[in-house]
Ligand binder design. Structure first.
Ligand code: ADE
Length: 418
């Protein structure tokens, strides 16, 4: 199978979307220019399992420009932009296996199709390639140079594997780079999640009680943006320090059982399971909207919700299902999957620019190591982070101060005090 996409006639539309995104990705463009000259990925096969968006298209084009053979599948069954998948397969010659709304069997068929194309390096958003290679294709492990991981949930999975001694090749935790999580997780999730809720429901946020479950970088971004739109924001947390941070950032913090009674809109961003559960659904007001912006669709316990519901009206608007619990309506968005990618376009190109420039450079780093790296989870180097931040600032025409000689000396000395 060369590729598997929804609709070839969407190719032109996809090209336009990819070009539009490209114009807001100056750091990635610079990496591409450098890759074109130096071909650091020559002869390397990269299996990529990412959200198939216009921004991802520009990342895989960059890897190809660097000399790699890349194949791409979707990291979530609902996040694929079909026009982009068509353009990638037909215009840019990237074997792409992704259809928006694909079922579970197709999702895994696509994952395997990408692995079948050959793999020295993996690029994951959620660790599905790494996990599949370690469970079903262990024959490939000796040829693996390593991988990169885009998201918090994936990094958590990798650390769990490493702790068990199960991780058999090196993987760079791109998610943990400052140039990724401080911007993509915070501002990207903040904006795109609100965008998706509004697109799906047309709800007015001002004056509503907006409950954010989880106060990591994503939750922080979402809470701050919801407040910016005039919502009364409530945060729920299980971590004492994050809870305290939310309090001092000016949010109300309370257990979900209390929040469930007062919230109008709920969004989970925790990376954990059953954050909204049976005991919460029964407390909710009539007409609430519930959704998830965490990686997997486990944060809202949908089987429990369904078990409490006599009638489910599917698709009362695109991405909106109505569940009726004891006469009260609960509107679930995007089947509890990543709402910002399912019901909107994911994070804007300008912020994915930094994440994906970091991805491309981390991949280059991994591919060009002289000595085989030991299995484990690796950090993105300070050099890469600095390069990405410097280039992004320059693209925004923002100059900053430099340390003077006197200041450098002062910082290096330990004997100058009061
Ligand atoms: N994750 C969140 N937003 C994304 C986007 N626009 N493209 C790829 N991955 C994403």
């Amino acid at each position: 199978m060369k590729y598997d996409i929804q609709d070839a006639s969407l190719r032109e539309q996809g090209v336009k979307r990819i070009q539009w995104a490209e114009s807001d990705m100056p750091v990635l463009q610079q990496v591409r220019t450098q890759f074109k000259k130096q071909k650091p990925l020559k002869g390397k096969k990269i299996a990529a399992c990412l959200h198939v968006t216009a921004e991802t298209a520009n990342l895989v084009r960059t890897l190809k420009e660097g000399g790699a053979e890349v194949a791409l599948c979707a990291s979530n069954p609902l996040s694929t932009q079909d026009p982009v998948a068509a353009a990638l397969a037909l215009e840019y010659g990237i074997p792409t296996f992704a259809k928006k709304g694909e079922d579970r069997a197709t999702f895994f068929k696509h994952l395997h199709a990408v692995i079948e194309k050959g793999v020295h390096l993996t690029m994951d958003d959620g660790a599905d390639l790494v996990s599949t290679i370690h469970t079903e294709r262990t024959d490939l492990i000796p040829q693996m140079l390593g991988g990169t991981e885009e998201t918090t949930t994936g990094v958590i999975r990798l650390h769990a594997m490493a702790k068990d001694g199960a991780l058999k090749f090196p993987v760079v935790a791109v998610n943990d780079a400052k140039t990724k999580n401080m911007f993509d997780n915070r501002y990207g999730t903040g904006q795109s999640t609100l965008d998706s809720i509004v697109r799906a429901t047309d709800v007015l946020l001002a004056g509503r009680t907006f409950v954010v479950a989880g106060y990591g970088w994503c939750g922080k971004g979402l809470a701050s943006r919801a407040r910016g739109m005039g919502a009364n924001v409530v945060v729920t947390e299980i971590d004492t320090i994050k809870a305290l941070e939310a309090v001092m950032d000016g949010f109300r913090v309370m257990p979900m059982e209390e929040a469930a009674r007062i919230g109008d809109i709920f969004c989970t961003v925790t990376g954990n399971t059953s954050v909204l559960d049976k005991r919460h659904f029964s407390l909710m007001k009539d007409g609430v909207i519930i959704c998830n912006a965490g990686h997997f669709d486990v944060e809202i316990n949908i089987p429990q919700l369904a078990s409490m519901t006599k009638t489910v009206r599917k698709n009362i608007r695109p991405f909106v299902d109505e569940y009726t619990v004891k006469g009260k309506h609960i509107f679930l968005l995007a089947d509890g999957r990543l709402v910002n990618l399912a019901a909107a376009e994911g994070h804007p190109a300008s912020v994915m620019d930094m994440s994906f420039a970091t991805q491309a450079l981390a991949c280059e780093w991994m591919a060009t190591q002289k000595i085989k790296l030991a299995p484990g989870v690796y950090e993105v180097s300070e050099d890469i982070e600095r390069m990405v931040a410097r280039t992004k600032l320059a693209s925004m025409n923002i100059a900053i101060d430099e340390l003077t000689k006197e200041q450098k000396k002062y910082l290096d000395s330990w004997n100058e005090g009061t």
